[in-house]
Write a protein that binds this ligand. Structure first.
Ligand code: URA
Length: 200
């Protein structure tokens, strides 16, 4: 089966033709993870957004901008990080001319799981970070609470150290008066991740 591919190019090529759920019909393309195949750090988001769907790369839209800035502020070189998503097709609903993000449903997460399992199996990151509740609940525990359990390592077979923190888009959505505080807390979590990557 294609998700058992032994390297990233083969897994990416196979995922490009994935029809395991219906999301491929309304998405432009599969957006597979990107980054070095020997990355120490893997970040897992929810699903590609509108920009990612058009460009075919993860985290290239507004959430990606915040993520890159926060990685830099935490002393993490973005080019050495492998970035992916739980679901690899954009789920959206039309509102006028706009495509509005919809959270992936359990069946989409289940259908996409073989690709998400393949990525850490091939990359072997020392540290894996779930960005937001969708990733944390898919990969750590169904009842995982990102706001209460963020930034601390949790036991997991996925990598020697596994963390969860908020999704960068939650910082974009935060009210003006709390946005800076939310951003600083996100950077603090990423600094803990950077420390763990050095010693894991
Ligand atoms: N949000 C995600 O979870 N992933 C992306 O790639 C972009 C936005």
């Amino acid at each position: 089966m294609a998700a058992e591919a032994v390297d990233l190019p083969a897994a990416r090529a196979a995922a490009g033709g994935c029809h395991a759920c219906e999301l491929w019909r309304s998405a432009t393309q599969t957006v597979f993870g990107e980054g070095p195949s020997n990355a120490d750090l893997m970040l897992v988001g929810e699903q590609p957004g509108d920009r990612e769907d058009v460009e075919g790369h993860p985290f290239v839209g507004p959430a990606g901008r915040i993520l890159r800035q926060a990685l830099g502020d935490a002393g993490i070189d973005h080019d050495r990080v492998y970035v992916t998503n739980v679901v690899k097709h954009f789920r959206w609903t039309p509102r006028g001319k706009r495509r509005i993000h919809q959270r992936p449903a359990a069946e989409h997460i289940r259908a996409c799981r073989p690709w998400l399992d393949a990525e850490p199996r091939i990359v072997h990151p020392r540290v894996l970070v779930c960005l937001g509740a969708t990733a944390a609940q898919a990969l750590i525990a169904p009842a995982f609470g990102v706001s209460t359990d963020r930034g601390v390592p949790v036991p997991s077979p996925l990598a020697p150290r596994v963390f969860a923190t908020v999704h960068p888009s939650s910082i974009l959505r935060a009210r003006d008066e709390s946005r800076e505080r939310e951003y600083d807390a996100f950077v603090r979590d990423l600094r803990a991740v950077a420390d763990a990557a050095r010693v894991a």
